[in-house]
Design a protein around this ligand. Structure first.
Ligand code: FES
Length: 163
């Protein structure tokens, strides 16, 4: 036969539930006071000088900054190395002159345009500028994919204008 709940036990159960509620409320307040902070590398960084990069696609900053630097005889621009489909990192294939995404097969031209696969838009170009020191400044927080806009000065350094 089950033991009857005494008045004293009933009161202790009530105090126990109240203490559990207050403890969880204090925990929630504590979590609010100490928010999760994600320390990520800066979106703006110096990439070196134009003469540090060979003609074509350079992948030397891919691991550290997730960008590719593309240099032509007359200009230089930077891609964010992130597929516009679901965010994988494509690889550059020199022999085929294209970026290929290993996840679902999107292919991109050296200009960033979609050649094949499910990617809905071209690769993102990052804002770039040539500092008075001759170094390239890349800003991954300002991006452009649209032809006609991505070729503007903010996203492409004119190497012919350099003295
Ligand atoms: S993430 Fe690149 S094709 Fe899907």
């Amino acid at each position: 036969m089950a033991k009857p709940v005494t008045r004293r036990n009933f009161l202790w159960m009530g105090w126990g539930m109240f203490a559990a509620f207050m403890g969880s409320a204090a925990g929630a307040v504590g979590k609010f006071m100490l928010p999760n902070v994600l320390y990520e590398p800066s979106q703006i960084f110096k990439a070196g000088r134009p003469e540090d990069f060979p003609l074509g696609v350079s992948t030397k900053l891919t691991k550290e900054f997730r960008v590719w630097i593309v240099k032509t005889p007359t200009s230089l621009y930077a891609f964010w190395a992130r597929c516009t489909h679901l965010g994988c990192t494509p690889n550059w294939f020199d022999a085929e002159n294209r970026f290929k995404c290993p996840c679902h097969g999107s292919n991109f031209s050296i200009e960033g345009d979609v050649i094949a696969g499910p990617a809905p838009k071209p690769l993102n170009r990052c804002a770039v500028a040539l500092l008075p020191t001759g170094e390239i400044l890349v800003d991954k927080s300002i991006l452009e994919t649209r032809p006609g806009f991505r070729d503007k000065r903010q996203f492409m350094i004119d190497l012919t204008a350099k003295a």
